[in-house]
Design a binder for this molecule. Structure first.
Ligand code: URA
Length: 211
């Protein structure tokens, strides 16, 4: 088993946009647009070592073998519901990707993840899965999602979030040391309700304007 890593994607453009997202007065519209922009920028790093294959093409001058990614081999796995905010930006960059969904909610008392939906494309053994959830807080949902995803036997799994708490990183890395984690920031910790501090609040509510 390879030892996966935590990749902190701290490009100044991402940091700037993340700061704007954290502001409590930021509108739903603006929050959503910024998350879309950040996810496009993060997609570059997340797909950096994706395998390519050579395709024969013709330039105006001659034939050549030129590299392409097989987008259909990538599956973006959106953790409902806030993962949807990451999905659009990623799809702008990898439009041919397949999409899976995992529905999980956090029991507000125990903070344990409860599954209510699971749908993946066929032939997962041929595909690289990229799990999307903006907030890696306790890590319970992430661990449950990756547990479930591994039952479909994908070629590889990466986990992408916007913000991570040290507790969530530790939990996910201990449970799934083979999964690379990509995050734009590692925050200080969690409050008693499992929210990331300083964080940005409830990502789903801010994204969908439900509070
Ligand atoms: N989920 C959120 O939306 N925000 C947090 O801070 C933690 C989990």
């Amino acid at each position: 088993m390879t030892d996966a890593q935590v990749h902190l994607i701290d490009h100044p453009l991402i940091q700037h946009k993340l700061t704007l997202m954290r502001q409590k007065e930021r509108s739903t519209n603006s929050f959503r647009r910024l998350l879309g922009e950040i996810s496009m920028l993060m997609a570059y790093e997340v797909t950096r070592d994706m395998p390519t294959q050579l395709m024969e093409i013709e330039t105006p001058l001659e034939k050549m073998q030129s590299p392409v990614i097989d987008g259909k081999k990538i599956v973006f796995v959106s953790i409902l519901r806030a993962g949807g905010g990451f999905l659009d930006g990623m799809l702008n960059v990898v439009p041919g990707a397949r999409i899976g969904h995992i529905g999980l909610y956090r029991d507000p008392k125990t903070l344990v993840a409860v599954e209510y939906y699971f749908k993946m494309p066929h032939n997962m053994q041929d595909r690289d899965a990229i799990v999307l959830d903006p907030m890696l807080a306790t890590g319970n949902s992430a661990v449950a999602a990756v547990d479930r995803l591994k039952e479909t036997n994908p070629k590889s799994i990466r986990f992408v979030c916007l913000l991570a708490a040290p507790e969530g990183l530790k939990n996910l890395r201990e449970a799934h040391p083979d999964v690379d984690i990509f995050t734009a920031a590692i925050d200080r910790g969690l409050n008693d309700h499992g929210y990331i501090l300083p964080g940005l609040g409830d990502a789903g509510d801010r994204l969908f304007g439900t509070k």
